[in-house]
Design a protein around this ligand. Structure first.
Ligand code: C2E
Ligand code: MG
Ligand code: MG
Length: 708
């Protein structure tokens, strides 16, 4: 360094000693570094001085070295050195990092790296300083690493299993030839590809879960999944996955060996399918039905849901079989399966019990009425004529319906009761459905009545709004209110939403009802504003089907303009399940509402906890924690954990978090401890009619502090 700077006075040395020159003792130590020989030669390659290691290497005492030619000290090499030394003298520049093998006097060979720099005395160059570093160990390690790499690469490329290394995000960073064959992508395309790109969503999830487990436990995991190759073909793979760590033991990704198991898997699946399906119609058989039905019943039990079981029996199958033969009979059964399939949702179960009996499980079922509606559609579809082998004939069916929980709690009872109802349908003439419970016929007439009454209620504007304050519990200030509808029944009592909202949703009446709610709420906001009561935000609840109305945003825009309510003071609440329906469309509507300036809250959040990761895609401004979590808060650690997660989530995404159903000071305290301060619940106030809300709001100072 001093060479290319000022040749006269090496600044570094001067600074280090705080004197004119560095003291001789430290210089000596420096010169006697254990892995470096240093000496200086004059223009004729005669040694002017040499350090201790140099003397050791050439195996001579000091007196035999000074003034000697380099050739005498390092005979095999020194002849080539004169060229380099001449170059340094000529160019006055150092020559660095030259590698060679140096034979010592002892016969030992060292890998060395040599630097040659000019030797200045004053302004003149009097020779060359030669620094020889022993790098034998380093070179040996480098060679071993290189050799190992080649060895591993060869092994990796010769094995049949696909070896892969992915980073923590699942992007391929290293793999062998076999992997590119297995995945069916050329290596250059494959490099950097994410596993999501060569599989579908469900399989990507399987893989993600496996990686996640490996990451959490540090233990290897084996996983089976399906991939889609570049040419579109699907293959089954199995892989053992382990954690990949860096030198400091930090996880940096995953590695594993993958094998194509398509052939075995296909055979296995076929066997499984045959054991669980009716091969004629390819529908689940009795065994499979019982498994699936039991699982659905368990879900229904946990979620307090409704489920319907339809027992379908063809009225004239024996006749068809006898007159047209078995082949026609088989064809008919396949046709029946197809017609049934067209009447139900993809998620419902259809099974063939053998003979001409079919079972349909409707789950989830939002209304008992839906089961009869679907049965009626099936009856209609099955009574249409069939044409086979030039014959036209009819083969209607009878359907028995049993409902969970009313008509049975377990699969066997429900099947038995549906069978009985089917028998009843058959004995009363066939080509019809019957409900197991005689009560059902009473119930269905009650629903017809309800529908008529709701129509009238809409026409007469019999719906009333109640308002429940939402409070910042740190200050006691009202941050908004939720508008909750009630039905003023002609018989005088006020009907709560749970008695009619789901029916209104089912019958489509929720749309005109929701419009009345929005209009009334905005009108009321206008009234309050004129009276000097400025509520920061009013939220209305919208059902899933309201979001499916193409003119929803236009309607809200119009009403806001007419009533003079600023969009920022208006919010809509939707439940998590509503949000998940027809996602792309719903997301668009939410986006439009946000553009308009309207706030969007996700209601009753926490019931479908798994959707937390979708949530970040929703343009929402607030999350409302489901009441049951608040209820369990004080005793149930799991509920606390959920709320804690939501608090973090809300903070991270900068959205409001409102706890619903806060009834006790203990619940409030827990919520505050966890960092959730916005609350709604009986502890502060029940939902109130407009006048009472006005009085409440004034009593906590809303009118004084917020009016301009
Ligand atoms: P939600 O939107 O979750 O409303 C909160 C419900 O919790 C309200 O019941 C409210 O009265 C009740 N609540 C508030 N604080 C407490 C408390 O401290 N303890 C308990 N146990 N309950 C509390 P409500 O008014 O019976 O409404 C029930 C549901 O009906 C609402 O649940 C909402 O989903 C629906 N709903 C109400 N109004 C409308 C509407 O205008 N349109 C639509 N589509 N749905 C509505
Ligand atoms: Mg709500
Ligand atoms: Mg709620």
């Amino acid at each position: 360094m001093t060479v290319s700077g000022s040749p006269r006075q090496p600044r570094v040395l001067r600074l280090a000693s705080n004197a004119t020159w560095v003291n001789t003792e430290s210089l000596k130590q420096l010169l006697d570094a254990p892995d470096m020989a240093i000496w200086a030669v004059d223009a004729a390659q005669r040694v002017m001085w040499m350090n201790r290691i140099g003397r050791l290497w050439c195996g001579k005492p000091q007196r035999e070295i000074l003034g000697r030619h380099e050739r005498d000290l390092f005979p095999p090499q020194a002849d080539q050195w004169c060229e380099w030394e001449a170059q340094v003298l000529r160019t006055r520049q150092p020559v660095r990092h030259q590698r060679e093998v140096l034979t010592l006097a002892s016969g030992q060979c060292l890998e060395v790296e040599i630097d040659r720099v000019p030797y200045w005395k004053g302004a003149a160059i009097v020779g060359v300083i030669i620094c020889v570093h022993d790098i034998t160990d380093r070179v040996r390690t480098e060679n071993t690493v290189r050799l190992n790499e080649t060895r591993y690469r060869t092994i990796l490329d010769e094995i049949h299993d696909g070896y892969f290394e992915v980073d923590l995000a699942g992007n391929l960073v290293f793999f062998n030839v076999a992997l590119s064959h297995i995945l069916g992508y050329p290596a250059n395309v494959l490099y950097g590809m994410n596993n999501r790109e060569y599989t579908d969503a469900a399989n990507a999830k399987t893989l993600y879960q496996a990686f996640n487990r490996v990451y959490r436990t540090g233990e290897p995991v084996s996983v089976d999944w399906q991939i889609i190759r570049q040419d579109g073909t699907q293959r089954y793979l199995t892989a053992s996955v382990a954690l990949l760590r860096d030198d400091h033991n930090n996880p940096i990704g995953f590695r594993g060996l993958a094998r194509d198991i398509t052939e075995t898997k296909t055979a296995e699946l076929r066997l499984h399918f045959m054991a669980h399906h009716d091969l004629l119609t390819e529908l689940p058989n009795r065994t499979q039905l019982m498994t699936q039905l039991t699982a659905s019943l368990e879900e229904a039990r946990q979620g307090h849901g409704l489920l319907a079981l339809l027992f379908i029996d063809l009225d004239r199958f024996k006749h068809v079989n006898d007159t047209l033969g078995h082949l026609a009979g088989d064809q008919l059964l396949r046709g029946v399966a197809e017609r049934i399939r067209q009447e139900v949702r993809h998620s419902d179960i259809i099974a063939r019990m053998g003979g001409d009996e079919f079972i349909v499980v409707l789950w989830p079922l939002y209304q008992e009425l839906a089961a009869t509606a679907i049965a009626a559609r099936m009856i209609h579809s099955l009574q249409q004529p069939w044409v086979m082998e030039g014959h036209e004939f009819r083969c209607p069916a009878s359907i028995g319906i049993a409902l969970y929980p009313e008509d049975g709690q377990d699969a066997t009872t429900l099947l038995k009761h549906a069978d009985m109802a089917m028998y009843q349908a058959k004995t009363t003439g066939g080509n019809r459905y019957a409900l197991y419970a005689p009560m059902m016929s009473y119930r269905s007439s009650r629903y017809v009545q309800l529908e008529t009454q709701l129509h009238q209620a809409l026409a007469h504007h019999d719906f009333r709004m109640h308002y429940q304050p939402q409070v910042d519990s740190r200050t006691g200030r009202i941050i908004g209110a939720e508008a909750l509808v009630r039905w003023q029944h002609p018989d005088g009592h006020l009907v709560a939403p749970h008695e009619f909202i789901s029916f209104a949703e089912q019958s489509g009446l929720i749309v005109p009802l929701g419009r009345q709610v929005i209009a009334e709420v905005c009108r009321q906001m206008g009234v309050w504003q004129s009276a000097g009561l400025f509520l920061p935000k009013i939220a209305v609840n919208l059902s899933a089907s309201e979001f499916q109305q193409p003119d929803l945003v236009d309607y809200i825009t119009k009403i806001l303009q007419e009533s003079g309510v600023p969009p920022a003071c208006f919010a809509v609440e939707m439940t998590e399940s509503a949000a998940m329906q027809r996602m792309p469309h719903t997301l668009r509507v939410l986006g439009d509402l946000r553009t308009l300036g309207v706030a969007v809250a996700l209601d009753d959040f926490g019931m479908g906890f798994s959707s937390l990761r979708y949530l970040k895609d929703f343009p929402i401004t607030a999350l409302k924690i489901e009441q049951s979590f608040v209820r369990g808060l004080v005793e149930e650690p799991k509920d606390r954990a959920v709320i804690k997660t939501l608090v973090e989530f809300a903070q991270y995404f900068d959205i409001d978090l409102i706890a619903e159903g806060v009834e006790t000071p203990a619940q409030l305290e827990s919520l505050q401890q966890m960092g959730c301060f916005y609350v709604q619940g009986y502890l502060f106030s029940q939902p109130l009619p407009a006048d009472a809300f006005d009085a409440f709001a004034r009593s906590v100072g809303l009118a004084d502090t917020s009016s301009p």
